[in-house]
Write a protein that binds this ligand. Sequence first.
Ligand SMILES: *Cc1c(COP(=O)(O)O)cnc(C)c1O
Length: 391
Amino acid sequence: MTFDDFLKQSIKESQDKGLKRSLRTVAGTQGPRINLDGFESLNFCSNNYLGLANDSRLSQAALECLKKEGLGAGASRLVCGNMTAHQELEEKLARFKGSQGCLLFSSGYMANVGVISSLFGRDDMIFCDRLNHASIIDGILLSQAQYKRYPHVDMDALERLLQEAPETGKKCIITDSVFSMDGDLAPLDKIVELAKKYQAIVMIDEAHAFGVFGKHGKGLAEHFGVEKEIEIQMGTLSKAAGCFGAYVCGSRDLITYLINKARSFIYTTAMPPSIAAAAAKAIDIIENDHLTRERLHENARYLRAQLKLMGFNTVISESPIIPLVIGESHRALEFSQRLLRKGIFVSAIRPPTVPEHTARLRLTAMAAHTKDEIDFTLGQIQRIGKELKII
Ligand SMILES: *Cc1c(COP(=O)(O)O)cnc(C)c1O
């Protein structure tokens, strides 16, 4: 087979299975309404929960930093790319999260891959929720650690695996705190309890919880009151914080270790300082703006309750992420396309992002959605759901 044939065949296979993916383009800014491929549409699939991705306070902070520190960092952090804005953001995040230290990574993907692969190896055992994010899985594969997947949020299964684990080597339980495709929450209280009982450490990925959960928006660990008991707390600045990049918070020694060992930190250019300055502003807003966070949860509760009443399977979502599980990829795609024709953008999430036969629409609520926008969307979802005989 020639290289060209290989590409063509692979693309055709994806297409036939309803799994082919392609890019759409947003013109202008991100918000509850976007211009998508030239058409105005309601946006129900962004992780920009609090609307910070287009908040003028953040752009202003970025502009001011741009004037002082310029555009590019010029080198990795360990060479000469460590700039004032990075340092200030790490100090702010450590204080906000109440941890001894914090380290920035250029993305959540890179944080998970770098942290997990540097901390664990062949002699260690990692316990991983079956629905954890792909970047966690990639980090585990790269680490070559032994790897036990437990059924989604099944604490009995996790305990059995912990009981069977050998005495030697480090043990670590890794979980998304809010699951990115199901919108449900990891039982962090029970996970911490099990970790103590079996001398394991815990790593959480707060990508969808940072800015969204906890009294001050610090994440699900704050919500459960277990911040002091989780050794490795990772989160992204790209979702509710509206920027880009990721943090890892933990002990001073953990941070020193990662600076020395995490390859996705060492061998990459530092994030642009203006992005770090914008993220620092986002944290101020997240810490103080309880109203926007409450509005987000109100919108999510309303959407979820109405969809459930209509008879959709929304799994057990408890967050602004609301899945409508449909099953076959073609049908999920068809649903999404019909919604788009009515000016509502909800992307269809298909395998391998979600398990086989669980293709879904994944709605995300934003604080800025109005009641009218949500009601219009609900009406269209109900109509199409009936047309496609899903409800
Ligand atoms: C989005 C996401 C990531 C990746 O973060 P990026 O900053 O977008 O690279 C990691 N983990 C989870 C659970 C996510 O949802």
